[in-house]
Design a protein around this ligand. Sequence first.
Ligand code: A2P
Length: 269
Amino acid sequence: MSVATLKPATSFPIPEGMFAETVTQVQHYDDRLFRFRITRPASFRFRSGEFVMIGLPNAEKPVMRAYSIASPAWDEEIEFYSIKVPDGPLTEHLQRIRPGDTVLMKKKPTGTLVLDALVPGKRLYMFATGTGIAPFASLIRDPETYEKFEQVILCHTCRDVAELTYGFDLVRDLRADPLVGEMAGGLIHYATTTREASNRMGRQTDLMESGDLFAALGLPVISAATDRGMICGSMEMLRDTKAALEGFGLEEGSNSKPATFVVERAFVG
Ligand code: A2P
């Protein structure tokens, strides 16, 4: 279905338990990735790192998908970062949204990538591939992250350099922000590519296991005594990163049982 055949928002009633919000900004990075912002309902509360189900008002029963909220809890708008899946039931249409369009959002956010699910520590490692950086875009802009951790290491691996743009823009804007820039002094951005030459190459899982990641940053090898982890990426990446952290002696936690690392359980790519 092309954008021309998309029914306007008013054609279908807003399903129960959902907000209908207005798109305020859309930025396309390339033919695979884009970011967009929507208005935030006054009653919508979430913890940085959580996800929410979103969809479009283009059917009686709209297709809804889990999206990590990329904006921090204090932001007056909600930001999402998305891949464009060819023929994807939602992203096929979502990639065509423009400012003024309506996006549906379920009322209850949830998720495991929250600070409450980790026991206290000195350093927080965020492991992301591709659009898995989204929940960390929220967390690195949240002052609570820096209140709880002296150092925050954002690891981002993508196939090529262009896909790292969102992360580089994010960190640059954060450091320049007059309100939150100063608090982010402990933030380290470690970005690697796997399929295009760059000054850091390789999967972060391999670089962690070989020790190159720690050597490059001048940090001690990850340890359960001082370090905490959060993981967001494809199913294979979650599995491999979890195994690597367990190899370093860390244990998976949850909201009900905080421990030394957490894995995004809803992320679908
Ligand atoms: P690679 O190019 O070696 O497959 P994708 O776009 O397929 O989701 O991949 C995003 C990034 O995640 C790519 O750089 C990819 O590397 C990397 N990746 C894929 N699978 C894993 C994994 N199991 N562990 C770590 N990184 C992975």
